[in-house]
Design a protein. Structure first.
Length: 148
């Protein structure tokens, strides 16, 4: 039998970010295939906060291919200026990184809210909007749509 010892003494607890809008850059966009039948693939966006005092912290946003959740992917792509009525997503089969559309390196603004999960308050990215008025539209931070 194998054994692994885990030392939690240096694990840092992160404070929940205040609700609001935070400048970010997409550091990674990874394609995740459906894990089981009846589930849908998704794109996992890793976002790096770019301004102090939170510079270097990370946020994550999931863009599901589920027909009920495509509105979120459409909103994000439209806000980042890469939306079209039909879009092909290419990814590297080895690394699973999305190569088309080119998401990694794009700046944006993460609209952050809070959610409760297992009795704890967590930071949640509700929207990813353009970092300026071009090329995409801004989505008001009060525009919170939930998955059905």
């Amino acid at each position: 039998m194998g054994r692994v010892t885990i030392d939690f003494s240096d694990v840092q607890d992160f404070d929940v970010l205040d609700e609001g809008e935070y400048p970010v850059v997409i550091s990674k966009a990874e394609f995740k295939p459906a894990r089981e039948e009846g589930k849908f693939p998704y794109i996992n966006l890793e976002l790096d906060l770019t301004e102090e005092p939170n510079k270097g912290r990370k946020l994550w946003m999931i863009l599901s291919f589920s027909p009920k959740a495509l509105w979120r992917m459409k909103d994000v792509f439209e806000n980042l200026g890469i939306y079209d009525d039909s879009l092909e997503v290419d990814y590297d089969e080895e690394s699973m990184l999305v190569t088309q559309p080119e998401l990694a390196g794009l700046p944006g603004v993460a609209v952050v809210t809070h959610r409760e999960w297992e009795g704890k308050t967590q930071t949640q990215v509700d929207a990813l909007i353009s970092s300026d008025d071009k090329p995409g539209k801004k989505v008001p931070s009060g525009n919170k749509r939930k998955f059905q």
